[in-house]
Design a protein around this ligand. Structure first.
Ligand code: NAD
Length: 423
Protein backbone atom coordinates (compact mmCIF):
# COMPACT_ATOMS: atom_id res chain seq x y z
CA UNK A 1 0.00 0.00 0.00
CA UNK A 2 1.40 3.41 -0.98
CA UNK A 3 -0.47 5.25 1.80
CA UNK A 4 -1.32 8.11 -0.41
CA UNK A 5 -4.78 8.56 1.05
CA UNK A 6 -4.62 12.06 2.43
CA UNK A 7 -2.04 13.37 0.01
CA UNK A 8 -2.69 16.63 -1.71
CA UNK A 9 -0.13 19.08 -3.00
CA UNK A 10 -1.17 22.74 -2.82
CA UNK A 11 -4.65 21.41 -2.09
CA UNK A 12 -4.74 19.31 -5.26
CA UNK A 13 -5.01 15.52 -5.19
CA UNK A 14 -4.36 15.53 -8.93
CA UNK A 15 -1.04 17.34 -8.51
CA UNK A 16 -0.01 14.91 -5.77
CA UNK A 17 -0.86 11.99 -8.08
CA UNK A 18 0.99 13.51 -11.07
CA UNK A 19 4.12 14.21 -9.01
CA UNK A 20 3.99 10.75 -7.44
CA UNK A 21 4.06 9.09 -10.88
CA UNK A 22 6.84 11.38 -12.11
CA UNK A 23 8.96 10.71 -9.02
CA UNK A 24 8.65 6.96 -9.46
CA UNK A 25 9.53 7.14 -13.15
CA UNK A 26 12.53 9.39 -12.44
CA UNK A 27 13.73 6.92 -9.82
CA UNK A 28 13.21 3.89 -12.08
CA UNK A 29 14.95 5.64 -14.99
CA UNK A 30 17.75 6.73 -12.69
CA UNK A 31 17.50 10.33 -13.84
CA UNK A 32 20.16 12.46 -12.16
CA UNK A 33 18.71 14.17 -9.08
CA UNK A 34 19.89 17.56 -10.38
CA UNK A 35 17.93 17.09 -13.61
CA UNK A 36 14.67 16.09 -11.93
CA UNK A 37 13.43 19.58 -10.95
CA UNK A 38 13.68 20.68 -14.60
CA UNK A 39 11.24 17.94 -15.57
CA UNK A 40 9.02 18.18 -12.51
CA UNK A 41 8.63 21.95 -12.28
CA UNK A 42 6.12 24.03 -14.18
CA UNK A 43 7.94 26.10 -16.79
CA UNK A 44 5.56 29.02 -17.07
CA UNK A 45 2.19 30.09 -15.70
CA UNK A 46 -0.08 33.08 -16.06
CA UNK A 47 -2.89 33.94 -13.65
CA UNK A 48 -5.43 36.49 -14.84
CA UNK A 49 -8.31 38.29 -13.13
CA UNK A 50 -10.65 39.91 -15.58
CA UNK A 51 -14.06 41.60 -15.67
CA UNK A 52 -16.95 40.38 -17.78
CA UNK A 53 -20.14 42.29 -18.44
CA UNK A 54 -23.15 40.25 -17.38
CA UNK A 55 -26.55 40.30 -19.07
CA UNK A 56 -28.04 42.40 -16.26
CA UNK A 57 -25.58 45.22 -17.05
CA UNK A 58 -23.38 44.51 -14.00
CA UNK A 59 -19.80 43.16 -14.02
CA UNK A 60 -18.20 40.12 -12.44
CA UNK A 61 -14.47 39.53 -12.04
CA UNK A 62 -13.34 36.00 -12.95
CA UNK A 63 -10.02 34.25 -12.35
CA UNK A 64 -8.35 32.11 -14.96
CA UNK A 65 -4.95 30.65 -15.73
CA UNK A 66 -2.79 29.09 -18.39
CA UNK A 67 0.03 26.82 -17.31
CA UNK A 68 2.81 25.36 -19.45
CA UNK A 69 4.59 22.44 -17.84
CA UNK A 70 7.31 21.57 -20.33
CA UNK A 71 8.00 22.62 -23.93
CA UNK A 72 11.26 20.76 -24.60
CA UNK A 73 9.65 18.60 -27.32
CA UNK A 74 7.49 21.23 -29.04
CA UNK A 75 4.76 23.83 -28.55
CA UNK A 76 2.60 23.49 -25.46
CA UNK A 77 -0.72 21.70 -25.95
CA UNK A 78 -3.64 21.20 -23.60
CA UNK A 79 -7.24 21.90 -22.78
CA UNK A 80 -9.14 24.74 -21.18
CA UNK A 81 -11.53 23.81 -18.38
CA UNK A 82 -14.47 25.90 -17.17
CA UNK A 83 -15.33 24.56 -13.74
CA UNK A 84 -16.18 26.18 -10.39
CA UNK A 85 -13.63 24.01 -8.54
CA UNK A 86 -10.61 24.17 -10.86
CA UNK A 87 -7.48 25.48 -9.12
CA UNK A 88 -4.08 26.60 -10.32
CA UNK A 89 -2.62 23.47 -8.71
CA UNK A 90 -5.01 21.27 -10.72
CA UNK A 91 -3.97 23.07 -13.90
CA UNK A 92 -0.30 22.44 -13.02
CA UNK A 93 -1.03 18.74 -12.62
CA UNK A 94 -3.04 18.48 -15.82
CA UNK A 95 -0.34 20.38 -17.74
CA UNK A 96 2.20 17.81 -16.53
CA UNK A 97 -0.15 15.05 -17.69
CA UNK A 98 -0.28 16.64 -21.13
CA UNK A 99 3.52 16.62 -21.39
CA UNK A 100 3.61 12.87 -20.71
CA UNK A 101 0.64 12.13 -22.99
CA UNK A 102 2.20 13.84 -25.98
CA UNK A 103 5.46 12.02 -25.32
CA UNK A 104 3.93 8.57 -24.84
CA UNK A 105 2.20 8.71 -28.23
CA UNK A 106 5.17 10.54 -29.75
CA UNK A 107 3.63 13.87 -30.73
CA UNK A 108 5.96 16.89 -31.05
CA UNK A 109 4.20 18.80 -28.26
CA UNK A 110 4.82 19.87 -24.71
CA UNK A 111 2.13 20.07 -22.04
CA UNK A 112 -0.21 22.85 -20.98
CA UNK A 113 -3.57 23.33 -19.28
CA UNK A 114 -5.74 26.25 -18.36
CA UNK A 115 -9.14 27.22 -17.26
CA UNK A 116 -11.48 29.67 -15.64
CA UNK A 117 -13.07 29.31 -12.21
CA UNK A 118 -16.70 29.43 -13.29
CA UNK A 119 -19.77 27.25 -13.53
CA UNK A 120 -20.46 27.56 -17.25
CA UNK A 121 -24.04 26.40 -16.76
CA UNK A 122 -24.68 29.57 -14.74
CA UNK A 123 -23.85 31.79 -17.76
CA UNK A 124 -25.99 32.70 -20.75
CA UNK A 125 -24.50 32.04 -24.20
CA UNK A 126 -23.70 35.76 -24.57
CA UNK A 127 -21.96 35.83 -21.16
CA UNK A 128 -19.98 32.70 -22.05
CA UNK A 129 -18.88 34.33 -25.29
CA UNK A 130 -17.79 37.57 -23.57
CA UNK A 131 -15.96 35.58 -20.88
CA UNK A 132 -14.21 33.41 -23.46
CA UNK A 133 -13.15 36.35 -25.65
CA UNK A 134 -11.83 38.38 -22.73
CA UNK A 135 -10.03 35.36 -21.23
CA UNK A 136 -8.47 34.64 -24.64
CA UNK A 137 -7.21 38.23 -24.82
CA UNK A 138 -5.75 37.94 -21.31
CA UNK A 139 -3.83 34.74 -22.09
CA UNK A 140 -2.90 35.77 -25.66
CA UNK A 141 0.52 36.62 -24.19
CA UNK A 142 1.15 32.87 -24.17
CA UNK A 143 -1.01 31.16 -26.77
CA UNK A 144 -0.59 30.85 -30.55
CA UNK A 145 0.04 28.19 -33.21
CA UNK A 146 3.81 27.95 -32.62
CA UNK A 147 3.64 28.50 -28.88
CA UNK A 148 0.68 27.01 -27.08
CA UNK A 149 -2.46 25.56 -28.63
CA UNK A 150 -5.58 25.21 -26.42
CA UNK A 151 -8.30 22.58 -26.86
CA UNK A 152 -11.59 21.68 -25.16
CA UNK A 153 -11.85 20.08 -21.74
CA UNK A 154 -14.58 19.89 -19.11
CA UNK A 155 -17.07 22.72 -19.61
CA UNK A 156 -15.71 23.86 -22.99
CA UNK A 157 -16.31 22.59 -26.51
CA UNK A 158 -16.19 23.52 -30.20
CA UNK A 159 -18.09 26.80 -29.69
CA UNK A 160 -15.57 28.11 -27.14
CA UNK A 161 -12.73 27.08 -29.47
CA UNK A 162 -14.41 29.02 -32.31
CA UNK A 163 -14.61 32.16 -30.13
CA UNK A 164 -10.96 31.75 -29.15
CA UNK A 165 -9.87 31.31 -32.77
CA UNK A 166 -11.94 34.32 -33.84
CA UNK A 167 -10.59 36.54 -31.05
CA UNK A 168 -6.96 35.69 -31.84
CA UNK A 169 -7.67 36.16 -35.56
CA UNK A 170 -9.23 39.59 -34.92
CA UNK A 171 -6.10 40.65 -33.05
CA UNK A 172 -3.82 39.31 -35.80
CA UNK A 173 -5.88 40.78 -38.64
CA UNK A 174 -6.08 37.44 -40.46
CA UNK A 175 -7.43 33.96 -39.71
CA UNK A 176 -5.26 31.83 -37.45
CA UNK A 177 -7.02 28.45 -37.48
CA UNK A 178 -4.02 26.55 -36.07
CA UNK A 179 -4.26 28.55 -32.82
CA UNK A 180 -6.75 26.10 -31.23
CA UNK A 181 -7.96 22.56 -31.87
CA UNK A 182 -11.35 20.99 -31.31
CA UNK A 183 -12.89 23.75 -33.48
CA UNK A 184 -15.97 23.28 -35.65
CA UNK A 185 -15.08 21.95 -39.10
CA UNK A 186 -16.44 25.13 -40.71
CA UNK A 187 -13.30 26.97 -39.51
CA UNK A 188 -10.61 24.32 -39.84
CA UNK A 189 -11.64 21.69 -37.32
CA UNK A 190 -10.76 18.12 -38.12
CA UNK A 191 -12.94 15.21 -39.06
CA UNK A 192 -13.10 12.79 -36.16
CA UNK A 193 -12.05 15.20 -33.39
CA UNK A 194 -15.27 15.06 -31.39
CA UNK A 195 -15.18 11.29 -30.87
CA UNK A 196 -11.37 11.02 -30.89
CA UNK A 197 -10.87 10.31 -27.18
CA UNK A 198 -13.57 7.63 -27.27
CA UNK A 199 -12.17 6.13 -30.47
CA UNK A 200 -8.63 5.94 -29.10
CA UNK A 201 -9.88 4.58 -25.80
CA UNK A 202 -11.97 1.94 -27.54
CA UNK A 203 -8.92 0.75 -29.50
CA UNK A 204 -6.75 0.25 -26.42
CA UNK A 205 -9.54 -1.04 -24.16
CA UNK A 206 -10.48 -3.77 -26.66
CA UNK A 207 -6.82 -4.80 -26.85
CA UNK A 208 -6.53 -4.81 -23.06
CA UNK A 209 -9.60 -7.06 -22.77
CA UNK A 210 -8.02 -9.50 -25.24
CA UNK A 211 -4.77 -9.38 -23.25
CA UNK A 212 -6.80 -10.32 -20.17
CA UNK A 213 -8.33 -13.29 -21.97
CA UNK A 214 -11.76 -11.65 -22.30
CA UNK A 215 -13.61 -11.77 -25.62
CA UNK A 216 -14.66 -8.16 -26.36
CA UNK A 217 -17.80 -9.39 -28.17
CA UNK A 218 -20.53 -9.02 -25.57
CA UNK A 219 -18.11 -7.98 -22.80
CA UNK A 220 -19.90 -5.86 -20.20
CA UNK A 221 -18.95 -2.21 -19.66
CA UNK A 222 -19.72 0.54 -17.13
CA UNK A 223 -18.88 4.14 -18.04
CA UNK A 224 -18.73 6.87 -15.40
CA UNK A 225 -19.36 10.34 -16.89
CA UNK A 226 -21.37 10.92 -20.04
CA UNK A 227 -19.78 14.06 -21.49
CA UNK A 228 -17.60 14.30 -24.55
CA UNK A 229 -15.32 11.44 -23.45
CA UNK A 230 -17.83 9.16 -21.71
CA UNK A 231 -20.59 9.36 -24.31
CA UNK A 232 -18.32 8.86 -27.33
CA UNK A 233 -16.56 5.98 -25.56
CA UNK A 234 -19.86 4.29 -24.70
CA UNK A 235 -21.06 4.80 -28.26
CA UNK A 236 -17.94 3.38 -29.92
CA UNK A 237 -17.57 0.46 -27.49
CA UNK A 238 -21.21 -0.45 -28.23
CA UNK A 239 -20.48 -0.18 -31.96
CA UNK A 240 -17.53 -2.54 -31.43
CA UNK A 241 -19.91 -5.16 -30.01
CA UNK A 242 -19.47 -4.61 -26.27
CA UNK A 243 -22.50 -4.36 -23.97
CA UNK A 244 -22.83 -1.05 -22.10
CA UNK A 245 -24.68 -1.99 -18.92
CA UNK A 246 -24.22 1.24 -16.95
CA UNK A 247 -23.54 4.94 -17.52
CA UNK A 248 -23.69 7.94 -15.21
CA UNK A 249 -23.29 11.68 -15.00
CA UNK A 250 -22.91 14.07 -12.08
CA UNK A 251 -26.51 13.41 -11.01
CA UNK A 252 -26.30 9.61 -10.98
CA UNK A 253 -26.61 6.77 -13.43
CA UNK A 254 -28.55 4.04 -15.17
CA UNK A 255 -28.16 0.25 -15.20
CA UNK A 256 -29.56 -2.42 -17.49
CA UNK A 257 -27.84 -5.81 -17.44
CA UNK A 258 -29.09 -6.60 -20.96
CA UNK A 259 -27.45 -3.46 -22.32
CA UNK A 260 -28.43 0.21 -22.55
CA UNK A 261 -29.45 1.94 -25.78
CA UNK A 262 -26.51 4.35 -26.02
CA UNK A 263 -27.86 6.14 -29.11
CA UNK A 264 -31.10 6.90 -27.26
CA UNK A 265 -29.15 8.19 -24.25
CA UNK A 266 -26.99 10.43 -26.44
CA UNK A 267 -30.11 11.81 -28.13
CA UNK A 268 -31.72 12.39 -24.73
CA UNK A 269 -28.65 14.34 -23.55
CA UNK A 270 -28.46 16.33 -26.75
CA UNK A 271 -32.05 17.44 -26.25
CA UNK A 272 -31.09 18.62 -22.75
CA UNK A 273 -32.86 15.71 -21.03
CA UNK A 274 -31.79 13.94 -17.87
CA UNK A 275 -31.07 10.23 -17.33
CA UNK A 276 -34.10 10.31 -15.02
CA UNK A 277 -36.28 10.73 -18.14
CA UNK A 278 -35.02 7.43 -19.61
CA UNK A 279 -37.26 4.39 -19.25
CA UNK A 280 -36.15 0.76 -19.31
CA UNK A 281 -33.25 0.96 -16.84
CA UNK A 282 -32.72 1.05 -13.09
CA UNK A 283 -31.09 4.08 -11.53
CA UNK A 284 -27.83 3.70 -9.62
CA UNK A 285 -25.35 5.98 -7.85
CA UNK A 286 -21.85 6.70 -9.07
CA UNK A 287 -20.36 4.63 -6.25
CA UNK A 288 -22.59 1.69 -7.22
CA UNK A 289 -21.49 2.04 -10.84
CA UNK A 290 -17.82 1.86 -9.86
CA UNK A 291 -18.50 -1.35 -7.92
CA UNK A 292 -20.37 -3.20 -10.71
CA UNK A 293 -19.25 -6.68 -11.70
CA UNK A 294 -18.25 -5.82 -15.29
CA UNK A 295 -15.47 -6.78 -17.68
CA UNK A 296 -14.50 -3.17 -18.40
CA UNK A 297 -14.85 -0.02 -16.31
CA UNK A 298 -14.24 3.39 -17.89
CA UNK A 299 -14.06 6.26 -15.40
CA UNK A 300 -14.55 9.28 -17.67
CA UNK A 301 -15.68 12.03 -15.30
CA UNK A 302 -13.28 13.54 -12.80
CA UNK A 303 -9.97 12.90 -11.04
CA UNK A 304 -9.47 10.67 -7.96
CA UNK A 305 -12.65 8.62 -8.30
CA UNK A 306 -11.04 5.32 -7.24
CA UNK A 307 -8.99 5.57 -4.05
CA UNK A 308 -8.19 3.47 -0.97
CA UNK A 309 -11.73 4.22 0.19
CA UNK A 310 -13.48 2.32 -2.61
CA UNK A 311 -10.87 0.39 -4.67
CA UNK A 312 -11.59 -2.86 -2.87
CA UNK A 313 -15.25 -2.59 -3.99
CA UNK A 314 -14.26 -2.45 -7.68
CA UNK A 315 -14.97 -5.75 -9.44
CA UNK A 316 -14.07 -4.87 -13.04
CA UNK A 317 -11.37 -7.00 -14.73
CA UNK A 318 -10.03 -4.18 -16.91
CA UNK A 319 -10.11 -0.42 -16.33
CA UNK A 320 -9.35 2.16 -19.01
CA UNK A 321 -8.98 5.68 -17.59
CA UNK A 322 -10.94 8.18 -19.67
CA UNK A 323 -10.45 10.89 -17.07
CA UNK A 324 -6.96 11.92 -16.00
CA UNK A 325 -5.86 10.58 -12.60
CA UNK A 326 -9.18 8.80 -12.11
CA UNK A 327 -7.38 6.25 -9.90
CA UNK A 328 -5.03 7.46 -7.18
CA UNK A 329 -1.86 5.51 -6.22
CA UNK A 330 -3.54 3.78 -3.26
CA UNK A 331 -6.42 2.71 -5.45
CA UNK A 332 -3.86 1.54 -8.01
CA UNK A 333 -2.05 -0.61 -5.43
CA UNK A 334 -5.27 -2.33 -4.33
CA UNK A 335 -6.28 -3.06 -7.93
CA UNK A 336 -2.81 -4.24 -8.85
CA UNK A 337 -2.87 -6.75 -5.98
CA UNK A 338 -6.05 -8.12 -7.53
CA UNK A 339 -4.51 -8.29 -11.04
CA UNK A 340 -6.88 -5.77 -12.57
CA UNK A 341 -5.39 -4.60 -15.86
CA UNK A 342 -5.36 -0.78 -15.92
CA UNK A 343 -4.80 1.15 -19.14
CA UNK A 344 -3.55 4.43 -17.68
CA UNK A 345 -4.86 7.89 -18.56
CA UNK A 346 -1.67 9.03 -20.29
CA UNK A 347 -2.23 6.25 -22.83
CA UNK A 348 -5.97 5.54 -22.75
CA UNK A 349 -7.31 9.06 -23.27
CA UNK A 350 -4.70 10.38 -25.72
CA UNK A 351 -7.00 10.05 -28.75
CA UNK A 352 -8.02 13.68 -28.23
CA UNK A 353 -4.52 15.10 -28.36
CA UNK A 354 -3.60 12.82 -31.27
CA UNK A 355 -6.45 14.13 -33.43
CA UNK A 356 -5.76 17.65 -32.13
CA UNK A 357 -2.27 17.19 -33.53
CA UNK A 358 -3.79 16.07 -36.85
CA UNK A 359 -6.05 19.15 -36.79
CA UNK A 360 -3.09 21.47 -36.16
CA UNK A 361 -1.09 19.85 -38.97
CA UNK A 362 -4.05 20.16 -41.38
CA UNK A 363 -4.56 23.84 -40.43
CA UNK A 364 -0.88 24.65 -40.93
CA UNK A 365 -0.85 22.93 -44.33
CA UNK A 366 -4.36 24.05 -45.34
CA UNK A 367 -4.85 20.51 -46.57
CA UNK A 368 -7.69 18.52 -45.03
CA UNK A 369 -8.05 14.79 -44.59
CA UNK A 370 -11.18 12.64 -44.82
CA UNK A 371 -12.65 10.85 -41.80
CA UNK A 372 -11.22 7.52 -42.94
CA UNK A 373 -7.70 8.97 -43.00
CA UNK A 374 -8.03 10.62 -39.59
CA UNK A 375 -9.53 7.57 -37.88
CA UNK A 376 -7.07 5.21 -39.58
CA UNK A 377 -4.05 7.27 -38.52
CA UNK A 378 -5.45 7.56 -34.98
CA UNK A 379 -5.84 3.80 -34.81
CA UNK A 380 -2.26 3.33 -36.00
CA UNK A 381 -0.92 5.66 -33.28
CA UNK A 382 -3.00 4.02 -30.54
CA UNK A 383 -2.09 0.45 -31.55
CA UNK A 384 1.61 1.31 -31.83
CA UNK A 385 1.65 3.20 -28.51
CA UNK A 386 -0.23 0.44 -26.67
CA UNK A 387 2.19 -2.18 -28.05
CA UNK A 388 5.20 -0.10 -27.03
CA UNK A 389 3.87 0.41 -23.51
CA UNK A 390 2.87 -3.24 -23.13
CA UNK A 391 6.32 -4.43 -24.32
CA UNK A 392 8.04 -2.19 -21.80
CA UNK A 393 5.70 -3.34 -19.04
CA UNK A 394 6.63 -6.94 -19.85
CA UNK A 395 10.35 -6.31 -20.11
CA UNK A 396 10.46 -4.22 -16.91
CA UNK A 397 8.01 -6.50 -15.05
CA UNK A 398 5.82 -3.56 -14.23
CA UNK A 399 2.37 -2.09 -14.86
CA UNK A 400 1.18 -0.33 -18.00
CA UNK A 401 1.03 2.88 -15.93
CA UNK A 402 4.64 2.72 -14.83
CA UNK A 403 5.80 1.66 -18.29
CA UNK A 404 3.94 4.56 -19.92
CA UNK A 405 5.43 7.06 -17.49
CA UNK A 406 8.91 5.64 -18.01
CA UNK A 407 8.59 5.98 -21.79
CA UNK A 408 7.21 9.51 -21.57
CA UNK A 409 9.62 10.85 -18.96
CA UNK A 410 12.61 9.31 -20.77
CA UNK A 411 11.65 11.08 -24.01
CA UNK A 412 11.24 14.47 -22.35
CA UNK A 413 14.47 13.98 -20.41
CA UNK A 414 16.32 13.09 -23.62
CA UNK A 415 14.99 16.24 -25.37
CA UNK A 416 15.95 18.43 -22.42
CA UNK A 417 19.40 16.90 -22.22
CA UNK A 418 20.26 17.26 -25.90
CA UNK A 419 19.00 20.85 -25.96
CA UNK A 420 21.16 21.70 -22.96
CA UNK A 421 20.77 24.65 -20.65
CA UNK A 422 20.67 28.16 -22.11
CA UNK A 423 22.85 30.25 -21.96
P1 NAD B 1 -17.46 16.92 -20.10
O1 NAD B 1 -17.66 18.17 -19.36
O2 NAD B 1 -17.90 16.83 -21.53
O3 NAD B 1 -18.16 15.69 -19.32
C1 NAD B 1 -17.95 15.38 -17.98
C2 NAD B 1 -19.01 14.36 -17.57
O4 NAD B 1 -18.75 13.91 -16.24
C3 NAD B 1 -20.43 14.92 -17.56
O5 NAD B 1 -21.32 13.91 -18.01
C4 NAD B 1 -20.68 15.19 -16.07
O6 NAD B 1 -22.06 15.18 -15.73
C5 NAD B 1 -19.94 14.01 -15.48
N1 NAD B 1 -19.59 14.19 -14.08
C6 NAD B 1 -19.14 15.29 -13.43
N2 NAD B 1 -18.95 15.01 -12.13
C7 NAD B 1 -19.27 13.70 -11.96
C8 NAD B 1 -19.27 12.83 -10.86
N3 NAD B 1 -18.91 13.25 -9.64
N4 NAD B 1 -19.65 11.55 -11.06
C9 NAD B 1 -20.02 11.13 -12.30
N5 NAD B 1 -20.04 11.91 -13.37
C10 NAD B 1 -19.68 13.18 -13.21
O7 NAD B 1 -15.90 16.58 -19.98
P2 NAD B 1 -15.03 15.62 -20.90
O8 NAD B 1 -14.37 16.45 -21.94
O9 NAD B 1 -15.83 14.43 -21.28
O10 NAD B 1 -13.88 15.20 -19.87
C11 NAD B 1 -14.04 14.13 -18.94
C12 NAD B 1 -12.67 13.76 -18.40
O11 NAD B 1 -11.84 13.35 -19.48
C13 NAD B 1 -11.91 14.89 -17.72
O12 NAD B 1 -11.15 14.35 -16.67
C14 NAD B 1 -10.99 15.40 -18.81
O13 NAD B 1 -9.85 16.04 -18.30
C15 NAD B 1 -10.64 14.11 -19.50
N6 NAD B 1 -10.19 14.27 -20.87
C16 NAD B 1 -10.91 15.01 -21.78
C17 NAD B 1 -10.43 15.11 -23.07
C18 NAD B 1 -11.19 15.87 -24.14
O14 NAD B 1 -10.67 16.00 -25.26
N7 NAD B 1 -12.38 16.36 -23.87
C19 NAD B 1 -9.25 14.48 -23.44
C20 NAD B 1 -8.57 13.71 -22.50
C21 NAD B 1 -9.06 13.61 -21.21
Amino acid sequence: MVLFMTATVQGSATLAIAQHHFDRAAEQLDIAPAARPMLRQIKRELVVHFPVEMDDGGFRVFTGFRVQHNIARGPAKGGLRYHPAITLADARALAMYMTWKSAVVDLPFGGAKGGVIVDPKSLSVAERERLTRRFTTEISLLIGPERDIPAPDIGTGPQEMAWIMDTLSMHAGYSVPASVTGKPQAIGGSEGRHAAVGRGLTTVAVQALRDSGIDPAGATVAVQGFGQVGSSTANLLAAAGLRIVAVSDSRGGLYNGSGLDVDALMALKQEGGSFRDHVGAESLSNQELLALDVDLLVPAALEAQITAANASDVRARVIAEGANAAIDPDGDAVLQDRDVLIVPDILANTGGVVVSYFEWVQDLQQLFWGAGDVNGRLREVMVRSYDTVRSRAHSEHTTLREAAHQIAVAKVAAASEVRGIYP
